[in-house]
Design a protein around this ligand. Structure first.
Ligand code: ZN
Length: 262
């Protein structure tokens, strides 16, 4: 069986901060969220690589991107340090079929906003309140083995209005102790690629230690994996398939003057 080539990308900034919050986070994720997820998701059908922002080319050189089937993205405070040029390359790869799983504060990452085309803003509050998730799409592959409802004892509140497009399929909704609600798991298709956004995952709570949360991410990786990656799309078609009898009113003008050289 062909393995799914999974790339776990983490900006890996909070985990290395020299302050009380950094220390707290290191207790939960000593080697970073990416390394923790790599261990937690390890399975025979996955070939897992990790990447972090501080690496050359932000951890995503062309050769790695071109051999990635599913990209998982965790980012928060350094979204703007990801160059637009890389975002464009990732976008093209998704449109060709690569899956994208965006976690937690990745809702505001450049790549997610690029793929959504909307502002992706939401309400938020960090007081350590309880979150209750509900499966909104029973039978969907992303909820396989996940109970209809479960709770996280402490979570960062992410709430509506959530500025995502209306074409997403809602897989989870969440209720928070303080009264807010959000579409916490939403699935999209962009070109040939599948995208899943999943909001739980604040770095100061052990959310990626929760078996239900890990099950959802594991399911999402399999769901987002492409059957195939399409070759780069070529759009010009200079020779018509059928004879064209209409006289071209611009036949005396070199088309390269208008369209440029091909
Ligand atoms: Zn957070």
């Amino acid at each position: 069986m062909k393995k799914i080539r999974l790339l776990l990308w983490n900006e890996f900034v909070h985990e290395r901060e020299e302050n009380a919050a950094g220390e707290f986070i290191r207790n939960l994720y000593p080697d970073g969220i990416h390394a923790h997820l790599a261990r937690a998701l390890a399975a025979g059908d996955l070939e897992i690589r990790t990447a972090t922002l501080d690496q050359p080319e932000c951890g995503v050189p062309d050769a790695l991107l071109e051999t990635t089937d599913v990209l998982v993205w965790w980012g928060h405070c350094a979204h703007d340090r990801v160059p637009d040029e890389l975002v464009s390359k990732i976008q093209l790869r998704i449109l060709s079929g690569m899956g994208l799983v965006v976690l937690h504060s990745g809702h505001y990452s450049k790549i997610f906003r690029r793929m959504m085309g909307t502002d992706c803003r939401l309400r938020w509050r960090e007081v350590g309140e309880k979150e209750r998730l509900w499966v909104a799409a029973p039978g969907h592959p992303i909820v396989r083995g996940v109970p209809e409802t479960f709770t996280l004892p402490h979570s960062e509140m992410y709430g509506e209005p959530f500025g995502i497009p209306d074409d997403g399929k809602v897989i989870f909704t969440s209720w928070f102790e303080g009264g807010n609600v959000i579409r916490s798991g939403v699935a999209f298709r962009r070109g040939a690629g599948k995208i899943f956004y999943f909001s739980p995952g604040h770095e100061t709570y052990p959310i990626y230690h929760d078996p239900n949360i890990l099950q959802v991410i594991a399911n999402a990786v399999r769901w987002a994996a492409p059957e195939e990656i399409l070759p780069p799309r070529i759009t010009p078609m200079p020779e018509p398939l059928e004879p064209v009898s209409t006289v071209n009113p611009l036949s005396g003008i070199d088309p390269e003057l208008i369209h440029g050289k091909r």
